[in-house]
Design a binder for this molecule. Structure first.
Ligand code: NAD
Length: 295
């Protein structure tokens, strides 16, 4: 069993840390939100007062933070963890951030002998709770082999995408596609409703037809079709519109850097920005369904 530091106990981080505790690891946790730190402590974690305490004797430090600025600040900012991490610690950043920032943080840590992989995830809050996440790892072979058994406590599929930063590129390709599928599924169901179809029946038909996709199967955006998904719970996240809009910004940067044509990704980014501008930033991203509603 390993001693693991975990920083960032939000919608994703808390259930991920819980699975490490269940697997028998010694987990020391920190979040700016003290309430969730206390909750995890009741479930067997060691509560830490700050991020530095999390690193003490840790073989692995895992971070699950909102965006690149938080990751940069945590590791490289004022009083950053780079000053206190030991060369025996392997850092695993699971946040979704741009590949350039991941490489910058990783290379700066590695220049001090501290090992790093980027390991963003897919599978949502339900996957985090069930321990069935997909991890997409960027880093060298030895580091990948070292982190795999730890990640297997939180996920079902552990992929090695390539060198440092490659995990983030693969993740952003996936999320661009997910945003397009969610928008497309939403407009199709709304059109069906506008013609008097039952959204549950229509969803079942499309699930058995060529329109089948992950959002229809596991995350239907229409309230009442699937119990226990955000759309059936007032679009409580889940995965916030703000985070999807951030990811689409990263996707557009990645497209520009590589000269890739991503017209549907660009349209999707605009749709999610529109949703943000309507005040839905903190709602689940499946609330894009409401954009297509005929009032
Ligand atoms: P969240 O906002 O629910 O959680 C982030 C947590 O980080 C919060 O609890 C916040 O208090 C904490 N935090 C921020 N700065 C901190 C700091 N300096 N020190 C300690 N704690 C700090 O976000 P989330 O939904 O858990 O997403 C986390 C990351 O995972 C994001 O990059 C997101 O894009 C990605 N992601 C989310 C999902 C999803 O379905 N929610 C799925 C895949 C990937």
């Amino acid at each position: 069993m390993a001693k693991i530091g975990f920083i960032g106990l939000g919608n994703m981080g808390a259930p991920m840390a819980r699975n490490l505790i269940k697997a028998g690891h010694e987990v020391q946790v920190f979040d700016l939100n003290q309430h969730v730190v206390s909750q995890l402590a009741e479930e067997g974690a060691t509560a830490c007062k700050n991020a530095v305490d999390v690193t003490v004797d840790a073989q692995f430090v895992i971070s699950m933070l909102p965006a690149a600025k938080h990751v940069q600040q945590l590791y490289l900012g004022e009083n950053g963890l780079i000053e206190c991490l030991s060369q025996d610690t392997l850092v695993i950043d699971c946040s979704t951030i741009d590949a350039a920032s991941a490489k910058h943080v990783g290379e700066t840590l590695e220049s001090k002998g501290i090992s790093f992989v980027d390991a963003p995830v897919s599978g949502g809050v339900a996957g985090a709770a069930a321990g069935t996440l997909t991890f997409i790892v960027g880093g060298d072979d030895a580091h990948f082999e070292a982190v795999k058994p730890i990640l297997e406590n939180m996920g079902k599929n552990i992929f090695h995408a390539g060198a440092m930063g490659a995990g983030q590129v693969a993740k952003i390709c996936n999320n661009m596609l997910l945003s397009i599928l969610m928008a497309g599924t939403s407009e199709a169901i709304q059109m069906g409703i506008n013609h008097g179809l039952d959204p549950k029946v229509l969803s079942d038909i499309m699930l058995s037809s060529s329109g089948r996709n992950w959002t229809l199967e596991l995350y239907n955006p229409c309230p009442g079709v699937i119990d226990s998904v955000p759309s059936s719970n007032n679009y409580e996240p889940g995965f916030m519109v703000d985070l999807m809009a951030k990811d689409l910004g990263l996707a557009m940067e990645a497209a520009q850097h590589s000269g890739s044509a991503t017209p549907l990704g660009a349209l999707s980014k605009n749709l999610y920005t529109l949703l943000q501008n309507q005040g839905a930033g903190k709602q689940d991203f499946s609330s894009i369904f409401t954009l297509f509603e005929k009032k």
